[in-house]
Design a protein around this ligand. Structure first.
Ligand code: LIP
Length: 271
């Protein structure tokens, strides 16, 4: 069993190489094998969709990772759940931005993270529709297609482009709409990409100056959160909390506090 102090450079390099391979192969499969008429089911609400390709992609990720590391554990959005014995657990979102994929829109991603003793040490977010692969190693920086990336430094929140997202429950969406109505006038503008992992990577490379959202699952946050942090972003919840389903706020040091302080009184961590 590998513990946190035993995260050797060799293990990290192995996990990164595997994460890059499986994320890019799965992204390629999702593009090349997308059926013309994509069927779907629903999960938590009638708008929370899952397609046959979500399931196929998660199965491919599990097969490839297990073939290489049979003793690792898994946590996947589409049901993958296995306790491993190696101390390594893979946190997988086979398609983050499923609605985008279903509608043939850009901005969906394959998100692959590896935890060692419960801490994310490797994260890869493949965004095929942008021909971009974001990657990060804990303590080793973040890259986009192999080139180092860093967060932006806008002069103020009023000059900041901020990403966000909305849940699938209509009551939560009504609350989130009321909150965004308060944020919109005090920032440059808002964008809603539709995939948290992409939003977080956009903060990492400076396409967004900030991002916030309520309701992120571990698989939405794991890889993109590491990429953002390693690119210089602070990724946190409200009032110093860890990022969680309650709230995730990500931004560079130039505007994190300003964005947090606008959000805090609105209590975006509550429905
Ligand atoms: C998506 C999240 C996104 C959120 C969407 C959706 P999914 O995940 O990544 O941040 O705004 O509503 O939940 O469901 O496409 O994997």
């Amino acid at each position: 069993m590998t513990g946190p102090s035993e995260v050797t450079e060799l293990l990290t390099a192995e996990l990164m190489a595997l994460a890059l391979d499986v994320a890019t192969e799965t992204g390629r499969m999702l593009v090349d094998e997308r059926p013309a008429h994509l069927g779907f089911g629903t999960k938590t609400t009638p708008t929370d969709v899952v397609t046959v390709m979500d399931t196929k992609a998660e199965r491919l990720l599990l097969e490839r990772i297990s073939a290489s590391r049979p003793d690792d554990g898994f946590l996947g959005e589409e049901g993958a759940a296995r306790d491993g014995t190696s101390g390594v657990r893979w946190v997988l979102d086979p398609i983050d931005g499923t609605v985008n994929y279903l509608y043939g829109l850009p901005g969906w991603a394959v998100s692959v993270a590896a935890e060692v003793a419960g801490e994310v040490v490797v994260g890869v977010v493949a965004v095929p529709t942008y021909a971009e692969v974001f990657a990060a190693v804990r303590g080793g920086g973040a890259t986009r297609n192999g080139t180092s990336i860093a967060v932006s430094s806008p002069s103020s929140l009023a000059q900041s482009l901020v990403g966000t997202g909305f849940g699938y429950d209509s009551r939560r969406r009504a609350r989130q709409g009321a909150i965004i109505a308060q944020v919109l006038p005090v920032v440059r503008d808002v964008r809603r990409v539709g995939a948290a992992a992409v939003d977080l990577c956009f903060v990492a490379c400076g396409r967004f100056d900030g991002y916030f959202e309520r309701g992120l699952a571990p698989w939405d946050l794991a890889a993109g959160g590491l990429v953002a942090r390693e690119a210089g972003a602070r990724v946190a919840g409200l009032f110093g909390a860890e990022p969680s389903r309650d709230q995730v706020i990500a931004a560079g040091p130039a505007v994190f506090d300003q964005l947090h302080d606008v959000l805090a009184p609105l209590r975006p961590d509550r429905d």
